[in-house]
Design a protein around this ligand. Structure first.
Ligand SMILES: C[S@@+](CC[C@H](N)C(=O)[O-])C[C@H]1O[C@@H](n2cnc3c(N)ncnc32)[C@H](O)[C@@H]1O
Length: 216
């Protein structure tokens, strides 16, 4: 077992046993009723829709932590060849059923230990509300695993909530600091950073979309 993986298991055990298991418990308990999935409104994320409308890029896309599959389906409907994964097998089963007419490669996988043959494979990697939903020690180990998945000229998109005032949150979610967000694409070129609110947001909710490009 390599050092990173050993470390991961040590930290996961030390912090909170099975601290990601609640996702599977939630999806399986919801048993097909979307009402019980607080982050799902049946729509792709507004920021992703805006980004897709502005780009001519197409190719292979990977959706990280796809949940019920709205973002994956949207990319597929807009010409991307999509792989989508989640740590929860119930979520993946549900997403596949929701979008059975889309030609999407649905996978159960953990951002902490991804298949090696995904390295360098994708023209687009998208993460919506994943990093902010997982505890910090696991987040720190998971976040660097996305950039290496990009093919040359590939783009990485992260969407979530911004913690501008360095406040303490009893998450999930844990809004992320700008420094942490920047570290996710440290070896890439940042090509866009948008900060804004959605129409129904509370005044203290600030959202971000960050886009990086692999140059070589
Ligand atoms: C807040 S939800 C967001 C789901 C979806 N992206 C959306 O916006 O509706 C977080 C998702 O990340 C998944 N997840 C958490 N940790 C993960 C990991 N290590 N690897 C893959 N998926 C993970 C959860 O099962 C859950 O579906």
């Amino acid at each position: 077992m390599d050092e990173v993986r050993q470390n991961t298991l040590r930290i996961r055990d030390g912090v909170e046993e099975n601290s990601l298991d609640w996702f599977e418990e939630l999806y399986s308990t919801a048993n097909g009723n979307e009402y019980w999935i607080p982050w799902s409104n049946g729509e792709p994320h507004h920021f992703l829709i805006e980004w897709v409308s502005k780009t001519k890029s197409r190719g292979r896309a990977l959706v990280v932590g796809c949940g019920l599959g709205e973002d994956a389906a949207y990319l597929s409907q807009n010409g991307w060849i999509v792989t989508a994964f989640d740590i929860s097998s119930s979520a993946v089963h549900w997403a596949r059923k929701n979008y059975s007419s889309e030609n999407i490669d649905w996978q159960v996988a953990d951002l902490l230990s991804l298949p090696e043959d995904w390295i360098g494979l994708f023209d687009l990697v998208v993460e919506v509300h994943i990093l902010q939903a997982i505890p910090e020690p696991i987040r720190i180990l998971s976040a660097p695993n996305m950039a290496p998945l990009l093919a040359p000229s590939g783009q990485l998109i992260c969407i979530g909530r911004l913690n501008e005032k360095e406040e303490e949150y009893e998450g999930p979610p844990w809004p992320l600091s700008r420094d942490f967000i920047d570290s996710v694409g440290a070896d890439l070129k940042n090509v866009d950073f948008i900060k804004k609110q959605l129409p129904n947001d509370d005044p203290d909710v600030i959202r971000y979309l960050s886009v990086w490009k692999r140059e070589i």
